[in-house]
Design a protein around this ligand. Structure first.
Ligand SMILES: [Fe+2]
Length: 304
């Protein structure tokens, strides 16, 4: 389908995206409740030594990854939800209407608390990545997230953190993360104080590939240099991940409409967070399109 045709389809579908009934009919098996962070069976609390190792790695390398803990049936439902949204002609990010993506976060609550402390908050900065298993598929070009200055506490823990959860395996063949650990990046410290600092002084051998099984939470600071690599047509499966920002409750909210976790978060509030995220993360892709006002009007209408 051409880009033009995709946009036409998106605009024709868009009015339905504001209706809770549409989402319920699209995935009758998936809940949209007012308490999306509640899980039927909470994950057992990880050993304190493991949580200590997360903090240690965050301090030393500015990122860490958990064990694969999301259950296969949950991952299968997440994949189905994301694919159904795409098939409906809507941006995959709308999958965040479903509870399951917030329940997925809850499974990593202990890791989040270890870094951010109690009362951490969800920031309306969401993303869903669906990298096709083709030579055209690729993740984001090398960058630091770098939206906030000095987003670190006295212990060196981030006060704003990027959280990235694998729904399918991320491999070097279907696009995975590549990073330069903080302690191998000579410009890391400068980038904390100046968001324009790039990364061009590290050694190639210090680049680390992060092939990641499904159901793992990866997280990093605002300043970690990273990218999503090029996929290959020889890959078997798409690389599907979802991402959010979390922030510490100890600092002022970094954006409008952050919410305490766990929070009551109904459909209207969720839709608003999705619309904010679409504007924040995807504005550049649709701003140049001739009918972008129609999309922007939808986003405005549903942003609280
Ligand atoms: Fe990033």
């Amino acid at each position: 389908m051409s880009m033009q045709a995709k946009w036409e389809r998106l605009l024709s579908q868009l009015p339905r995206a504001g209706s809770l009934e549409f989402w319920r009919e699209l995935n009758p098996d998936l809940s949209i409740s007012d308490h999306p962070f509640q899980v039927p069976r909470p994950t057992p609390q990880p050993a304190s030594a493991l949580l200590d190792s997360y903090r240690e790695r965050m301090e030393e390398e500015a990122y860490f990854q958990t064990e694969p803990i999301l259950p296969p049936d949950m991952l299968a439902s997440m994949r189905k939800a994301i694919e159904s949204v795409k098939e409906a002609g809507l941006p995959a990010m709308f999958a965040f209407v479903y509870d399951i993506f917030y329940q997925g976060l809850t499974h990593f609550d202990a890791a989040f608390t270890a870094v951010l402390g109690e009362n951490y908050r969800l920031v309306p900065n969401f993303a869903v990545y669906y990298i096709e298993p083709s030579d055209q598929g690729k993740g984001f070009a090398p960058h630091r997230d770098a939206e906030y200055l000095n987003a670190l506490d006295e212990q060196g823990m981030p006060t704003v953190m990027t959280v990235w959860i694998t729904v399918t395996e991320a491999s070097p063949l279907n696009s995975c993360l590549y990073i330069v650990p903080k302690n191998r990046d000579p410009q890391y410290a400068d980038s904390v104080k100046d968001l324009s600092v790039t990364a061009d002084a590290f050694a190639w051998e210090d680049v680390r590939a992060l092939p990641t099984p499904p159901g793992v939470m990866s997280c990093w600071s605002q300043y970690l240099f990273h990218w999503g690599s090029r996929a290959s047509r020889r890959a078997q499966d798409p690389r599907i991940t979802y991402a959010v920002y979390l922030q510490s409750g100890k600092v002022e909210p970094v954006a409008e409409q952050t919410v305490a976790v766990p929070a009551a978060l109904g459909f209207t509030e969720r839709l608003s967070m999705i619309c904010r995220s679409l504007r924040h993360n995807n504005y550049a892709t649709f701003a140049g399109w001739e009918r972008s006002e129609e999309l922007l009007a939808f986003l405005d209408r549903h942003t609280l």
